[in-house]
Design a protein around this ligand. Sequence first.
Ligand code: G3I
Length: 438
Amino acid sequence: MSLLLATGTAVVVSTSAQAATTLGASAAERGGRFFGTAVAAGKLSDSAYTTILNREFNQVTPENEMKIDATEPNQNQFSYGNADRIVQHARSRGMQVRGHTLAWHSQQPGWMQSMSGTALRNAMLNHVTQVATHFRGQVTWWDVVNEAFADGSSGARRDSNLQRTGNDWIEAAFRAARAADPGAKLCYNDYNTDNWTDAKTQAVYRMVQDFKNRGVPIDCVGLQSHFTGGSNYPSNYRTTLSSFAALGVDVHITELDIRNAPSDAYRNVTNDCLAVPRCTGITVWGIRDSDSWRSGESPLLFNSSGGKKAAYDAVLAALNSGTPNPTTAPPTTTPGTPPPTTTPPPGGSCTASVTPGTVWGDRYNTSVTVSGASTWSVVVAITSPQRVSTTWSGSFSWDSSGSVMTVRSNGSGNTFGFTTMMNGNSSARPQIRSCSTG
Ligand code: G3I
C-alpha cells in the first residue's frame, strides 16, 4: 500500500480513447463482456483459422468436443483429448471457455441412447459429475442442460429418454454440476427461445423462474439465436433478454448465426445485448462461413477466405458505439511500476501475492495467490483505460467505475487470475489494495 501512496501520480483519462479494433477487445470494454466463437479441435492446426480466433475472440465454446458422445464414448470411459486441446488453446491466450454440454437428448453415445429409467438417470448424473469435475476451474460457464423444451405451441418439455426419467432431471443435473464445480456458472441453453411471445420462450422462462424461487442452482440462460434470416430476428428480442435477466440470471447469446449474415440483424442483436446489463456476452457459432454447420447459408462474420464481411464491420461498430464502462478518477499508479508482491491486509489476516503472467500485444494475464486464509476477499485496482476481460477461479465483482474489482474465494483454491486488455496503456499493472478474511 505504501507503494501506492508514495508513487501516486495523476493519470489523465482520455474521453476519446481509440476505438477497439477487435470484437473481443471491444466487448471487454463494454462492462467486461465477451465476444466468442464455437471452435472445432480439428481446425486448431489451420493457421488461417487460429489467426482469426486468436485476434478477434476472448471466449470459446467447443463445438462438439465436450458433448456426451465425445467425452464418454463408452460408459465410464472418459475421453477428453480434443476438449482439453481447445481448453488449453483458449486459456493460454486469456480466453474464457463455455462448456457445451453436459446433458442433452442429442449426440448421446450409443450406450446411453439405449438406456432408460433409473439406470439412465444415474448414468447422466455420473456423466455430469465426472465431466464437470475434470474441467473444474477451467470452464467459466457450463451449458448444463441443452434443448430440453419442445418446439411449437405446447410449451411442454421435449420428449426424450432423459425426460422420461422424470421431470426433475434438469434440476438434478444442475445440482450435480454445482456440487462438482462450485465455481462454474451454470446455464440452461436452447434455440427458438428468442421471440418473447413464443410458447417455448415462455416455458423456459417459467422454468428459470421456478428454479430461482426454489433455490435450484442456475446462473445463466443461453439463447442460441440461430436465425434463418433478417425476418427471424424478432423485434421483441431485447424484451426476451431483459426479461430473463430480470429473473436474476446472466443472459448469453450462445450460438449466433444469421442466414446470409445481414448487417442489420447482426447490428440489432449486438445493440440488444449491449442494452441489457446482464447480457454479458455473444458467441457466434463458427468463425468463417466454411466453418459453419450450415455453410451453404454463409451466416457468419468472416468469409471462407477469412475476410471480414460487412456484418463484421456492423458488429464491431455497434460494440464500439456502446457505452463503455463509466470511468471515474483512476487509481493512482505509476505506469511501468511493477506490481507489489505482497500487501499487508487491513485486518492483518491475509496476504495477496501477485504473479505476472503471459503478456500479448493487447493483453496480459495476472494471477494472485492468497495466503493466511481459506475464505478471503481481495480488492484489486486496474488502471483505466485498461479493462479486465477474463477471470477465473474466484467470484469477481466491480465497482461502478469498472476499475476496481473485489475477488472473493469461491471454492476453487487460493489462486485466482484474470486477463487485462491494455486498451492503449501497455505499462500499467494491477494493484492490490487489500486482502481480508471472510
Ligand atoms: O467427425 C465426423 C467425421 O469423422 C465424419 O466423417 C462425418 C460424417 O458425417 O461426421 C463428423 O461428425 C459430425 C460433427 O458435426 C463434426 O463435424 C457429425 O456427423 C455432425 O452431426 C456434427 O454436427 C454438429 C451438430 O451440432 C450435431 O448435433 C455440428 O458440427 C454442430 O455445429 C452442431 O451444434 C449444435 C449445438 O451443439 C446445439 N445447438 C444447435 C447447434 C447446431 O446444430
